[in-house]
Design a protein around this ligand. Structure first.
Ligand SMILES: C[S@@+](CC[C@H](N)C(=O)[O-])C[C@H]1O[C@@H](n2cnc3c(N)ncnc32)[C@H](O)[C@@H]1O
Length: 295
């Protein structure tokens, strides 16, 4: 990862993974350097015939809705969204508060510009935003706002959607997940979506890795076994580890169902409009799952 430069706090000199994701989702919080990197990756993916960034990003946000809605349905009322990204379509607190306005949500992101946007648009009753590096779980878990907001005697929903593949093996992402796991009580949940390097995606995974070497964070696709290892100490709920479209597709995307029940989009927080997803089922470049911490 490029060194952070105090003269360049916005890190506009190299492509930034939060802004690239925002661009894929149709947002405006990105620069030319991000758009060029995103388009190069998309051109590569389309040439290989594998899903490009916009499809993966949109499907990831729809998946997040279903995962949070599922966990809320299991009684989870505290959510730690790690590497949460710019405010966007269907943010975690909107889903959680639909189930219970008293649910508490903490958004964590390394990027200071992301956190500024999150604080301006999403912070409020029961919602905190934290500018922190999740590679230091102790610092996050000891943060005053986290201790005040969460009751660690109650279960927590830990969310790493499209995030763990930004960490290199040598940074021990499994150890990081383990530290968050050890901080929460049995009955807590872990939700993950992660790039895979198998099957049709092997070639694209290698190319993405090479292309992302000068981004703020790399894209490191992993095997099914490596993704499964994140769930050590958790029992995967049905349907296990699957492509995003196969993860409980029967659940509604809550923010897409209007009060009138006519399936119109709801207003959302952030600069990205909710659009109809026309490509559901096409993204098999990721594996995702939800696990429940065993006692
Ligand atoms: C690909 S985006 C995913 C955003 C969101 N989870 C989603 O699925 O839409 C990855 C996010 O992780 C953040 N990130 C990368 N490395 C991080 C770190 N070490 N600690 C905290 N956040 C990090 C980036 O700033 C970015 O916002």
């Amino acid at each position: 990862m490029p060194e952070s430069d105090p003269q360049d706090p916005v890190s506009a000199r190299y492509p930034n993974s939060a802004r690239i994701w925002n661009y894929h989702l149709g947002g405006k919080d990105n620069f030319e350097i991000d758009r060029e990197a995103a388009e190069a990756a998309n051109a590569m993916a389309r040439e290989i015939g594998t899903p490009a960034g916009p499809e993966a990003a949109r499907e990831g946000r729809h998946l997040l809705q279903r995962m949070v809605d599922f966990m809320a349905g299991q009684g989870i009322r505290q959510f730690l969204d790690l590497g949460s990204g710019f405010p966007n379509m269907a943010n975690t607190h909107q889903i959680a508060h639909r189930a219970d306005p008293g649910a508490r949500v903490i958004y964590v992101d390394l990027d200071p510009v992301v956190t500024i946007h999150q604080t301006a648009l999403m912070a409020g009753p029961n919602v905190s935003t934290l500018n922190a590096d999740l590679r230091d779980p102790d610092q996050i878990l000891a943060d005053k706002r986290v201790r005040e907001q969460f009751d660690f005697d109650q279960p927590v929903g830990i969310i790493f959607v499209c995030m763990l593949h930004c960490l290199r093996d040598k940074e021990d992402p499994w150890g990081i997940v383990r530290q968050f796991r050890d901080a929460v009580v049995p009955g807590s949940y872990l939700a993950i979506s992660h790039l895979i390097n198998e099957g049709d995606h092997r070639k694209a995974a290698d190319a993405l890795f090479e292309m992302s070497q000068n981004w703020s964070a790399p894209l490191i696709s992993r095997s099914r076994e490596d993704v499964a290892r994140f769930f050590d100490g958790f029992a995967l709920v049905d349907p296990g580890l699957v492509a995003p479209a196969q993860w409980r597709p029967d659940l509604h995307n809550p923010l897409r169902v209007s009060a009138a029940g006519n399936n119109e989009s709801q207003p959302v927080v952030g600069n990205v409009p909710v659009e109809r997803l026309t490509v559901v089922g096409s993204v098999e470049s990721h594996l995702c799952g939800v696990g429940k911490k065993v006692g």
